[in-house]
Design a binder for this molecule. Structure first.
Ligand code: GDP
Ligand code: MG
Length: 716
C-alpha cells in the first residue's frame, strides 16, 4: 500500500533539498524564500510506494499568502498519510510556530530537525528526546544537505503514519478549555474529522477555512458567545489570543530544551559584516558581477568561443560537411541550407555556449553558498527608500538565467501592484539568450582591451532600468503605496555542494541546447529560406544580393529603428526574428552573414556584425533588445501571471515604449556628445523624452484613493 508523505515547513528550511535527496529529483533549490510556489511530487528512491509532496514554504497556516493557501488546502483536502515538518533547527523557535499549527490538522506528523550540522557547528544543543516527549510528536535530527539520518526519518514517518494523530496542546489550560468548548458544543464541528482545527479556525474567524463547515444559526450563536466572552476576558481578538498563546508555549518549550552554546559571532555572521555592510555591500556586489562577466566573456569567451566558432563549427563541422555534401553531388542550395543556414545559424548560437555555461555556473555557486539571498536583502534596504521592495528583486535575480522562471517567481509577491510591476520589469535583465547578443558584440565590436566591460554594463543597465521603471510607476496613482514588509531568513553561508551547483548549471545548459536544437533550428531554416526567396517568390541563391523577402521585410522596418541608430535592414529584421527567442538574433546574423560570404566559416557572423554596427549603434541595439518585449515564451509567462489581457498589453506596450525611448536617448546623445555630430530633429525628440523620464522620476507622487481615504480616517 502506498504512503503519501507531505513535506511542510518554513521557507529555506531545506524542504526541497530533502525532497531531492529522497526522490533523486532535480527540483530547484533556491536560497531564497518563495521559490517553490507549486507543490512538487516524487517517489522515494528506495521504495516507489512512498510518495512525497514538496509544499511551498510558509511561516504559518493563516490564509494571507498564496503559499499558505496552497499548502493548507493540500493538507486539508488531500489528507496525506503523514506530514514531515521540516524544521530549521538553527532557527527552531521561529519554526515551531508552524509546527504547532500543523499538528492541529489531524494528520500524523514527524518533525525533521534539519540543519543539525549548523546547530552542531554553532555549538548549540537541542534535547531532542525531551522536545519529542513534550510535543508528543516524534523528532528526528537530520541534515538534508549532508544526507544524515534520512533513512531513519523515513522509517519513523512510515511508522507514525499508521498511528493515531496526537495534537500538540500548545495553549494554556484556560484557552484549551475554550477550544474544547467549541469542539463539544457545536455539533457540526464535533462531527467533523478535524474538530480541533475547525474549532481554532472558528475562534480565529478565519472565514476561508471555516466556510467548509456548514453551521446553523444556533451553532453560530453558540460560537459567537464563546468568542465574545473570551475576547473580553483576554482583551484581544480571537486571532491575537491564539497567536499569543502559541508564542508563549514555544518560548517556554524552547527555554527547557535548547541550549545556545554560541560564543561570539559565527563565521557566517562575520562574513555578513562585510558582505552586507551598509557601505560596502553594493560595491562588492558590483565587483563580483563584473568579475563574473569578465571571466565569462574575456577569459573563457575569447579563446574558447573563437575556437568553437572558427575551428569547430567553421572548419571541422562546416568545412567537412561542405566538402562531403559537394563531393556527394548534393545540390548547391542544399549545401547552403545545411552549411550557412543550419551550421551557421545554430552553430553560431551554440558557439557562445561556453560563455553562457560559465555565467550559469557562477550564478549557481553564488546562489548555493547563500550570497544571492543577501543581494535581495541588501537591495531591499536601499530600494525601500524609493518605495520598492526587495521581494521584487528575487524574480529579477532569477530572471538573469531565464525570464520565464523569473516572471513565475512573482507569484510570491502578495501586493498585487508590486506583483504587476515586477512582472513588467522582470525581463529587463540579460538572460542567457540575451547574453548571446552581448557575446556576439563583445567578439565583433567591443574587441579592445577593455571591451569586455560591455557585458557587465548590460547587467547594470538592466538593474537601472528596473529601478527607473519602479520609481516611475510607483509615482502613479495606480501603483502607489508602501512596499509590503520583506522578511527573510538569511541562510548561513555554506561551502557550495558540487553536485547541487553542477546539477543547476547542467539543467540550464541542457535547456539551452535543447532550445538550440528545436526552436532555433527551425527559426534559422525559415530565415535561410526567407533570405533565398525573392519578393517575386522565386528561389534564388542570393549570395548577398538584395531583394530577398527577409531583406525587404527588414527594409520596410528599418525606418522605425533608424532614429535608434540601427536602421540597417539586417539589424531591423533580427530584432523582429528575435521575438521567437533572443538567440535567433545571433542566428539571423549567422545565416545572413554566411550567405553573404558564401563560405562555411561561421565567424562570418562576427565579421558581418562588425560590418553593420559601430560601438554606439551596437549599444543602442543591445539596449533595445534587452529592454524590449522578451521572447514569445516570456510573453506567454507574462500573460499567464497577469491573468488579464489588458495588463498583458500594458506590459508589452510599456516595454516597447521604454526600450525605444532609452535606446533613442542613448544613441542620439551619444551621436552628438560622443561622436560630435551635429544635432538633428531626433536629438530634440530624444531630449524631450529624457526630460519626460526625469519629470516622471522626480515629480510628486500621486496618492491612490484608498490611501487618501485611510489618511483622512486616521486624521479623524
Ligand atoms: P526550502 O525553501 O525549504 O525548499 O529550502 P531549500 O531546500 O531550497 O534550502 C535552502 C538552503 O538551505 C539551501 O541553500 C540549502 O543548500 C540549505 N540547506 C538545506 N538543508 C541543509 C542542511 O541540512 N544543512 C545546511 N548547512 N544547509 C542546508
Ligand atoms: Mg523549496
Amino acid at each position: 500500500m502506498s504512503i503519501r508523505i507531505a513535506l511542510a515547513g518554513n521557507p529555506n528550511s531545506g524542504k526541497t533539498t530533502l525532497f531531492n535527496t529522497l526522490t533523486g529529483s532535480n527540483q530547484y533549490v533556491g536560497n531564497w524564500p518563495g521559490v517553490t510556489v507549486e507543490k512538487k511530487e516524487g517517489a522515494y528512491r528506495k521504495d516507489k510506494e512512498i510518495k512525497f509532496t514538496d509544499l511551498p514554504g510558509i511561516y504559518s497556516l493563516s490564509p494571507y499568502t498564496l503559499e499558505e493557501v496552497v499548502s493548507r488546502e493540500y493538507l486539508i483536502n488531500e489528507k496525506p498519510d503523514v506530514i514531515i515538518d521540516v524544521v530549521d533547527a538553527s532557527n527552531i523557535e521561529r519554526n515551531l510556530y508552524l509546527t504547532t499549527q500543523l499538528s492541529e490538522i489531524g494528520i500524523p506528523m514527524v518533525i525533521a530537525l534539519n540543519m543539525m550540522d549548523v546547530v552542531r557547528k554553532n555549538g548549540d544543543f537541542i534535547d531532542t528526546e525531551k522536545l519529542s516527549a513534550e510535543l508528543g510528536v516524534p523528532v528526528v535530527e537530520i541534515s538534508a544537505l549532508r544526507n544524515d539520518n534520512i533513512e531513519k526519518l523515513i522509517e519513523t514517518a512510515v511508522k507514525t503514519s499508521k498511528e493515531l494523530c496526537r495534537c500538540i496542546e500548545s495553549f494554556d489550560d484556560k484557552l484549551e478549555t475554550i477550544i474544547t468548548n467549541i469542539e463539544d458544543n457545536v455539533p457540526s464541528i464535533a462531527a467533523s474529522n478535524d474538530k480541533r482545527w475547525y474549532a481554532i479556525k472558528f475562534f480565529e474567524k478565519d472565514e476561508k477555512a471555516t466556510e467548509k463547515i456548514e453551521i446553523s444559526v444556533v451553532e453560530r450563536n453558540t460560537i459567537n458567545d464563546i468568542i465574545n466572552k473570551a475576547e473580553v476576558e483576554y482583551d484581544d481578538d480571537g486571532e491575537g489570543i491564539i497567536t499569543d498563546a502559541r508564542y508563549n508555549y514555544i518560548a517556554s518549550l524552547v527555554s527547557r530544551t535548547v541550549k545556545k552554546g554560541r560564543k561570539g559571532l559565527t563565521a557566517s555572521d562575520k562574513a555578513d559584516r562585510i558582505l552586507t555592510n551598509r557601505i560596502l555591500a553594493i560595491p562588492i556586489f558590483a565587483a563580483i558581477i563584473t568579475f563574473i562577466y569578465y571571466v565569462a566573456v574575456s577569459v573563457v569567451g575569447g579563446p574558447v568561443t573563437d575556437w568553437v566558432n572558427d575551428v569547430f563549427f567553421g572548419e571541422i563541422i562546416g568545412g567537412n560537411v561542405q566538402s562531403f555534401l559537394e563531393g556527394a553531388g548534393v545540390a548547391n542550395w542544399l549545401v547552403s541550407l545545411v552549411v550557412d543556414g543550419i551550421i551557421g545559424g545554430v552553430g553560431g548560437v551554440l558557439g557562445f555556449l561556453p560563455i553562457i555555461a560559465t555565467l550559469y555556473l557562477f550564478m549557481a555557486i553564488l546562489e548555493d553558498i547563500g550570497y544571492m539571498a543577501r543581494i535581495a536583502f541588501i537591495l531591499d534596504k536601499i530600494f525601500r527608500r524609493f518605495g520598492l521592495s526587495g521581494k521584487s528583486f528575487i524574480p529579477i535575480l532569477i530572471g538573469t538565467g531565464c525570464s520565464v522562471p523569473g516572471i513565475m517567481a512573482t507569484r510570491t509577491i502578495e501586493n498585487e501592484n508590486d506583483r504587476k510591476m515586477t512582472i513588467i520589469v522582470a525581463s529587463f535583465m540579460p538572460c542567457g539568450a540575451k547574453t548571446e547578443i552581448i557575446a556576439l558584440f563583445t567578439a565583433a565590436i567591443f574587441v579592445g582591451r577593455h571591451g569586455w566591460i560591455f557585458a557587465p554594463l548590460c547587467y547594470f543597465i538592466g538593474i537601472l532600468a528596473v529601478i527607473i521603471t519602479g520609481v516611475m510607476l510607483k509615482k502613479t496613482k495606480r501603483f502607489s503605496g508602501d512596499p509590503a514588509p520583506f522578511v527573510m531568513e538569511l541562510p548561513e553561508y555554506h561551502i557550495p555542494t558540487v553536485i547541487n551547483v553542477l546539477k543547476t548549471t547542467w539543467e540550464r545548459v541542457r535547456a539551452f541546447v535543447i532550445k538550440a536544437g528545436t526552436v532555433i533550428l527551425l527559426a534559422t531554416i525559415v530565415i535561410w529560406f526567407l533570405q533565398n526567396i525573392s519578393t517575386s517568390f522565386e528561389f534564388v541563391e542570393f549570395s548577398g544580393e538584395s531583394n530577398s523577402i527577409l531583406e525587404s521585410i527588414g527594409k520596410t522596418l528599418a525606418p522605425i529603428f533608424a532614429p535608434l541608430g540601427f536602421g540597417h535592414w539586417a539589424s531591423a529584421v533580427s530584432t523582429i526574428t528575435g521575438l521567437v527567442a533572443k538567440e535567433v538574433v545571433v542566428g539571423t546574423f549567422g545565416v545572413v552573414g554566411g550567405i553573404a560570404e558564401a563560405t562555411p566559416d561561421s565567424s562570418d557572423m562576427i565579421a558581418y556584425a562588425a560590418s553593420i554596427f559601430t560601438p554606439l549603434t551596437a549599444l543602442s541595439f543591445m539596449i533595445f533588445n534587452q529592454l524590449c518585449v522578451p521572447c514569445f515564451a516570456a510573453i506567454g509567462a507574462i500573460r499567464e501571471e497577469m491573468n488579464d489581457a489588458k495588463w498583458t498589453w500594458f506590459a508589452i506596450a510599456y516595454q516597447i515604449g521604454f526600450a525605444y525611448a532609452v535606446s533613442m536617448i542613448v544613441y542620439q546623445f551619444g551621436n552628438v556628445l560622443y561622436l560630435k555630430n551635429a544635432p538633428t530633429i531626433w536629438t530634440g525628440v530624444a531630449a524631450v523624452l529624457l526630460l519626460f523620464i526625469v519629470y516622471m522620476l522626480f515629480r510628486k507622487p500621486k496618492i491612490s484613493n484608498s490611501e487618501v481615504k485611510s489618511a483622512v480616517e486616521s486624521n479623524q
